[in-house]
Design a protein around this ligand. Sequence first.
Ligand code: ATP
Length: 262
Amino acid sequence: MLELSSVSRHFGGLKVLQEVNLAVPDKGVFGLIGPNGAGKTTVFNLITGLLPPTSGTIHFDGQDLVGRKPFQITRGGIARTFQNIRVFKEMSLTENVIVGMDAHLRYGAFGLLASTGMFRSEERRARDRARELLSWVKLDHKADQLADNLSYGDQRKLELARALATEPRLLLLDEPVAGMNSTEKLDLMREIQNIAERGYTIFMIEHDMRFVMGLCEQIAVLNFGRIIARGGPDQIRNDPQVIEAYLGREDDEATNDEGATA
Ligand SMILES: Nc1ncnc2c1ncn2[C@@H]1O[C@H](COP(=O)(O)OP(=O)(O)OP(=O)(O)O)[C@@H](O)[C@H]1O
């Protein structure tokens, strides 16, 4: 579905990604892990058109993504969430999700939200879909509340619902459980699993090893800008290069995470 071939990205003299080859298969959950600063978010920034690669190609369903603008890539079927939460706190949950639908609404999300009846049927459809997506992350009972009232974990889930509102085929999640407690993590794990079962392909970056190992069928490991391993959870867990990449860095938070070596 998604294929990166010999992708490199340099920032001045800093070689953040070097000849990365990565193939995310259609359907299921794929994980990208690696120590802090390994280059993981840069991979997402290249896929979503926020940055161009220095060299290499990125194909999605056979189409070349390099040179396309972020909104074109979103319309083409790739959505993402960010490491830092980006919800509109002064809007309701429903309105936040409708903003995500923007590319698919005839009058645009803001036109629709500001309307006084002109676009009623489109508004009703958008609200129904927003509520459905909120139910996928168990937030539909809070649909009319302001996003500002949500816990940190629920704000992350709202971002996920908003990303789904762009009707993607591929969903990129950048550290979806960052800052969540263990109950929230378990809930989110189930919800992501359900979303994958609905036919979405999920590609996630995550530091929480228990979460990654519990969800992903395939995992790639990035270290100093290079892929050092790929395979199923058991293979990754026992890979000597992966163990060294994590344990060899005393300053890495992943080695201190609960369950990091699970
Ligand atoms: N726009 C940029 N300009 C200059 N350097 C950058 C830029 N974006 C990322 N970098 C550098 O690239 C390296 C990799 O960053 P990146 O955010 O991709 O790592 P990461 O694996 O996602 O890390 P973390 O797990 O801590 O989020 C870092 O040294 C970072 O400072």
